[in-house]
Design a protein around this ligand. Structure first.
Ligand SMILES: [Zn+2]
Length: 66
Protein backbone atom coordinates (compact mmCIF):
# COMPACT_ATOMS: atom_id res chain seq x y z
CA UNK A 1 0.00 0.00 0.00
CA UNK A 2 1.10 3.57 -0.61
CA UNK A 3 -0.86 5.15 2.17
CA UNK A 4 1.01 7.62 4.36
CA UNK A 5 2.04 5.88 7.56
CA UNK A 6 -0.32 7.96 9.67
CA UNK A 7 -3.32 7.02 7.55
CA UNK A 8 -2.16 3.45 7.64
CA UNK A 9 -1.96 3.55 11.44
CA UNK A 10 -5.43 5.09 11.63
CA UNK A 11 -6.82 2.44 9.33
CA UNK A 12 -5.36 -0.32 11.48
CA UNK A 13 -6.74 1.33 14.61
CA UNK A 14 -10.22 1.57 13.10
CA UNK A 15 -10.04 -2.01 11.92
CA UNK A 16 -9.13 -3.21 15.41
CA UNK A 17 -11.70 -1.01 17.19
CA UNK A 18 -14.42 -3.68 17.46
CA UNK A 19 -11.97 -6.14 19.02
CA UNK A 20 -10.66 -3.47 21.38
CA UNK A 21 -14.20 -2.53 22.35
CA UNK A 22 -15.16 -6.12 23.14
CA UNK A 23 -11.92 -6.73 25.02
CA UNK A 24 -12.42 -3.62 27.13
CA UNK A 25 -16.03 -4.55 27.83
CA UNK A 26 -14.93 -7.99 29.04
CA UNK A 27 -12.08 -6.50 31.05
CA UNK A 28 -14.50 -4.10 32.68
CA UNK A 29 -16.70 -7.02 33.75
CA UNK A 30 -13.72 -8.78 35.30
CA UNK A 31 -12.51 -5.64 37.04
CA UNK A 32 -15.95 -4.99 38.46
CA UNK A 33 -15.71 -8.39 40.16
CA UNK A 34 -12.20 -7.76 41.48
CA UNK A 35 -12.09 -4.11 42.44
CA UNK A 36 -14.04 -2.33 45.12
CA UNK A 37 -16.69 -0.12 43.51
CA UNK A 38 -15.93 3.55 43.75
CA UNK A 39 -17.97 6.68 43.36
CA UNK A 40 -17.45 10.12 41.97
CA UNK A 41 -17.66 11.61 38.51
CA UNK A 42 -14.04 12.69 38.46
CA UNK A 43 -12.65 9.46 39.81
CA UNK A 44 -9.41 8.61 37.96
CA UNK A 45 -9.45 4.87 38.65
CA UNK A 46 -9.05 2.26 35.89
CA UNK A 47 -12.74 1.37 35.99
CA UNK A 48 -13.80 4.90 35.20
CA UNK A 49 -11.02 5.24 32.67
CA UNK A 50 -12.34 2.22 30.78
CA UNK A 51 -15.95 3.35 31.14
CA UNK A 52 -15.02 6.75 29.73
CA UNK A 53 -13.24 5.15 26.79
CA UNK A 54 -16.22 2.89 26.07
CA UNK A 55 -18.62 5.82 26.34
CA UNK A 56 -16.48 7.72 23.87
CA UNK A 57 -16.60 4.77 21.48
CA UNK A 58 -20.37 4.67 21.84
CA UNK A 59 -20.64 8.37 21.08
CA UNK A 60 -20.73 9.41 24.73
CA UNK A 61 -24.52 9.34 24.78
CA UNK A 62 -24.67 6.97 27.75
CA UNK A 63 -23.93 7.38 31.46
CA UNK A 64 -25.49 10.80 31.51
CA UNK A 65 -22.50 13.11 31.12
CA UNK A 66 -23.53 15.17 28.15
ZN1 LIG B 1 -13.57 5.16 39.91
Amino acid sequence: MSLPSELNANARLIASAPDLYIALTNALDCLHDILVPCEGDNCPCILHEIEAALAKAEGAHTHGSR
